[in-house]
Design a protein around this ligand. Structure first.
Ligand code: 9MR
Length: 353
């Protein structure tokens, strides 16, 4: 067996893009982090730097320094950049609640999208235009989340966001991004149906949408299963002519034993079997992990393990050393059926960048 190559080299052989959500502070401060990201990735996304709360300190001021720094880094290293995100119910700035009204919400949204997507037009591979707009638990017949945007603008906010994004950046692939659409549970099934309903409605109205982001915050051990339903969902996307990106992959290890060797093996095996399933589908074009190293994963603070041990959900450990999950992802890419090269249309949009 030859030595495993880089993620990006192994992915490129299958016309796939691979990379990570990047933390701008680490990118600024750590040479080792920059070197690793440059060596391994062909695509990246800002973990937080392009969200409303990061970009909008006040209603009429924008803060672009971190996002600009990131884009400069990715362009220098020939890494495509995803934009995350233009419209979400979370991480809205503190001023949003007291400021946004039914009368001004639509212009707040369109102005934000024009300014942000317009600033980076032609340089972004794909935008998460709308993030996490579906929540069956909110009890609406259309499955939409009862988000501030829905309350203030109504259901048309999704359409408005996508149309404005297309105008602002005609070359970025416009993406709908969501979670809990991966598993075999009843809840995930309900969520998948509601997402497909939404995508069909958008397509019927000729709303410009090119891709679906399957976040892929998955879990190892326990009752967690990923398989046929996920594949069926990806095929349904393909029937609507939608590409699919795995946008935020990590493996929650709370249900695995504390022992590091066993845990790393369980996490690696989950990456392998999940990606083997997903990569069987030809419209899957990119795989991004939600972070580079375990120490900086969002799971540490937001989903602590019962035994207090740090999570090990990513491909590199706290010292940026590759873990078994790294080899598992390379193995899955190597085993994947080669995908056809992107079509001319696909090559035009998202070719950049
Ligand atoms: O990883 C992100 C974390 O640093 C932020 O505090 C959090 C704020 O809500 O968002 C995390 O990223 C989320 C992403 O933007 C959307 N999908 C779920 C991710 C994990 O919560």
């Amino acid at each position: 067996m030859s030595e495993p190559r880089s993620l990006k080299a192994q992915a490129a052989a299958h016309h796939l893009l691979v990379g990570f959500a990047l933390n701008v502070q680490q990118l600024r401060e750590s040479e080792a982090y920059r070197r690793l990201v440059a060596e391994q990735s062909s695509i990246a996304v800002a973990e937080n730097a392009m969200k409303w709360s990061s970009l909008r300190p006040t209603p009429d001021q924008y803060f672009f320094e971190d996002a600009d720094f990131l884009l400069q880094f990715t362009e220098t290293n020939r890494i495509k950049l995803r934009g995350h995100n233009l419209c979400w119910h979370e991480q809205l700035p503190k001023w949003f609640g007291p400021t946004a009204t039914a009368a001004n919400a639509r212009s707040l949204l369109t102005e934000h999208i024009r300014t942000v997507a317009g600033r980076y037009a032609g340089r972004i591979h794909s935008w998460d235009v709308v993030n996490e707009a579906v929540e069956p638990k909110d009890g609406r017949p259309d499955g939409l989340r009862d988000s501030p945007w829905l309350k203030l603008i109504g259901e048309s906010y999704l359409e408005v966001a996508f149309r404005t994004a297309r105008q602002a950046d005609p070359t970025a692939l416009l993406t709908y991004n969501d979670y809990d659409i991966e598993g075999e549970t009843e809840y995930d099934a309900a969520k998948r149906s509601a997402v497909l309903l939404l995508l069909r409605r958008l397509k019927q109205r000729n709303v410009p949408i090119d891709a679906v982001g399957i976040q892929s915050h998955i879990s190892a051990g326990g009752q967690h299963r990923y398989g046929t339903s996920l594949q069926q969902f990806i095929r349904s996307c393909r029937e609507m002519d939608l590409e699919v990106f795995v946008t935020e992959m990590d493996v929650d290890d709370r249900e695995l034993p504390r022992d590091v060797l066993q845990r790393d093996a369980g996490v690696a095996q989950t990456y392998r079997s999940y990606l083997d399933t997903v990569l069987r589908e030809q419209n899957v074009r990119a795989v991004l992990a939600w972070g580079v190293d375990d120490a900086h994963s969002w799971l540490q603070a937001k989903r602590p393990r019962n035994d207090g041990a740090p999570h090990r959900p990513l491909l590199f450990d706290e010292k940026l050393r590759p873990k078994p999950a790294f080899a598992a992802v390379i193995g899955s890419f190597a085993a994947a059926r080669p995908l056809p090269a992107p079509s001319a249309g696909q090559a035009l949009r998202g070719s950049k960048r």
